[in-house]
Design a protein around this ligand. Structure first.
Ligand SMILES: [Zn+2]
Length: 559
């Protein structure tokens, strides 16, 4: 929060008396999970935010000045600031804009947390110089000689102006930024990739050597990028490293104001070079997040979908999952969510229809994704066939992304109680032909709808990039590709907050700033509602609160 962030000096904060909360503010430590969950008896503390423009996203779009938080939930919204007493931490927001904690209803945070090396999100870099600056800053923050890696989540389109031809950074450019740390930057699922001199040396030591160009380039494909990613996974990943990665991934989300992630799984890893950025072991990859939760160190909420891609009619893995896993099980920090973003793979026996029937019979949530102009039709057909036998009206089944969905199909999905999850992933590499989703058409239809990133392989996690795309229709090269389908800032913020409660089956307790709801919010660096379009991309959270605890504080980082 700039120079004098809160109106309270550090000394005054110390005098406020809330020892635990203050330690959190100053030390940047993550609070206990019990506190984050508001467990009874954990805290008599109260966090009060005053003098804000607090967009509650309640049914009346109330903008409040004050909010108080007790026991992990919002206690009072608006009205006079309560009298200060011991155990109360008061933060003067000085007119800052506050929004409910962002809920990302479809992403791959678990993949991001299991990346080898110190992951560096490059989704916000707008030039090669930005990449160099980010790499250099990361090099300062990690151990000497530690790997700095970016595997997915960005596109070279971001780095160049519309008239230049885009490329990845070169070996020389990466060496200039980080001469001592090996660097590996890999686009999308399977490259192309690039590395610096220490990285090149590592890849050329593999048997047989992985081919790296003089300029650091590593070609797309299994024998090059696939082998490079696999070598890093096999060399670097330990349970402790995965836990560190999981914390880093969630901390990055919190710096953007994302307080809840609905994870959509991974392609099942094979431990061969054909594994790309989106492959992991679906049966073990949640462990680092669950371990953090056990230790009381999970700083943001995680909801888990299980991804299945059986190709035979007996659906072996899906059947076992439905028999042996509790649905909607967990607590306010971690909870299982459903089956998705695949219910089945592809095969001659139409496994999708059989899988949908099985999931409906078991009473689980289901989510599939649509990328083409026809796939949603087969999916909605399969949903309808399952629905005829085992009604899914109350199960909240979802089709995600839907770039080309049409009104009649929306109506059929809506009639079954289904919903659609929208995303701005076309921002990175979309064109006027490869565009969508039709935001305006879908909002007009009135079907249940929410917003997500689909990060972290083919799309960024940063919700402000997705909000930019939804409201402007412009891609990363500032080309208008989704004209006529733009929605307003208020509308897309609603999709990313209160509307997303429905996708978790938790609309009663998450998504808006109202008394009794889980106290998740973000204090923003800029006024989301008034900044120019291009500045939307730069919005960050300066203070993020999850369950009443401060879990991200840009002030503690000296910013
Ligand atoms: Zn996805």
């Amino acid at each position: 929060m700039d120079e004098e962030p809160t109106g309270l000096s550090r000394r005054q904060l110390l005098g406020a008396g809330a020892a635990a909360a203050i330690r959190t503010v100053l030390g940047g430590t993550v609070p206990s999970a019990a506190g984050a969950q508001g467990a009874a008896g954990d805290t008599a503390e109260e966090l009060v935010l005053v003098n804000g423009r607090i967009h509650t996203m309640d049914g009346k779009n109330t903008v409040a000045r004050t909010v108080s938080i007790r026991n992990g939930r919002f206690a009072a919204v608006d009205g006079n600031a309560p009298a200060r007493r011991p155990g109360t931490l008061v933060i003067d927001l000085r007119g800052r804009t506050v929004v409910p904690g962002i809920i990302d209803n479809h992403n791959h945070i678990v993949l991001m947390g299991n990346r080898p090396g110190f992951h560096l999100p490059l989704e916000n870099a707008a030039s090669i110089a930005d990449v160099q600056e980010a790499v250099a800053a990361r090099a300062k923050a990690v151990p000497r000689n530690a790997w700095i890696t970016t595997i997915g989540g960005f596109h070279r389109n971001q780095f160049f102006s519309p008239d230049a031809s885009p490329r990845l950074p070169t070996l020389a450019e990466l060496d200039a930024a980080a001469p001592d740390n090996p660097v590996y930057i890999s686009e999308s699922f399977m490259g192309p990739s690039t590395t610096n001199r220490p990285g090149k040396a590592f890849f050329e030591r593999q048997t047989p050597p992985i081919v790296v160009g003089q300029d650091g380039s590593i070609a797309a494909g299994p024998q090059t990028t696939g082998r490079a990613t696999l070598a890093l996974r096999q060399t670097l990943l330990t349970p402790e490293e995965r836990k560190r990665g999981a914390r880093d991934a969630m901390a990055y989300g919190l710096s953007l104001g994302v307080t809840t992630h609905l994870d959509q799984g991974a392609f099942q890893s094979t431990n061969t070079p054909s594994d790309g950025a989106a492959h992991e072991d679906n049966y073990t990859m949640h462990r680092p997040f669950l371990a953090l939760h056990d230790e009381g160190k999970l700083p943001a909420r995680l909801r888990i979908n299980f991804l299945h891609q059986d190709t035979t009619p007996d659906l072996p893995t899906l059947s076992e999952r439905l028999k042996h896993t509790f649905k909607f099980f967990g607590d306010d920090m971690v909870r299982t969510g459903g089956i998705g973003e695949f219910l089945a793979g592809f095969g001659p026996s139409d496994p999708l229809a059989a899988a949908a029937r099985l999931v409906a019979r078991a009473g689980w949530r289901a989510e599939v994704h649509s990328l083409s102009a026809t796939d949603f039709q087969q999916e909605i057909d399969a949903f309808e066939a399952a629905h005829a036998e085992y009604p899914i009206t109350d199960l909240r089944w979802v089709v995600a992304h839907v770039p080309f969905i049409t009104e009649p199909w929306l109506a059929r999905l809506k009639a079954m109680g289904g919903g659609v999850s929208l995303t701005g992933w076309r921002y990175l590499a979309g064109t006027p032909e490869q565009n969508g989703p039709p935001f305006r058409t879908i909002l007009t239809n009135g079907i249940a709808v929410g917003m997500s990133s689909d990060g972290m392989q083919i799309a960024p996690m940063n919700p402000w990039l997705h909000m930019y795309y939804a409201t402007t229709g412009l891609n990363a090269r500032q080309r208008l590709i989704n004209g006529g389908q733009q929605i307003t800032r208020q509308e897309v913020l609603k999709l990313y907050t209160v509307s997303n409660g429905w996708f978790l089956r938790e609309e009663h307790q998450i998504g808006s700033i109202e008394p009794g709801k889980l106290a998740d919010l973000a204090v923003l660096s800029d006024d989301y509602f008034t900044v120019p379009d291009e500045k939307l991309k730069k919005i960050r959270s300066v203070l993020t609160v999850v369950g009443g605890r401060i879990v991200h504080d840009a002030r503690a980082d000296g910013r």
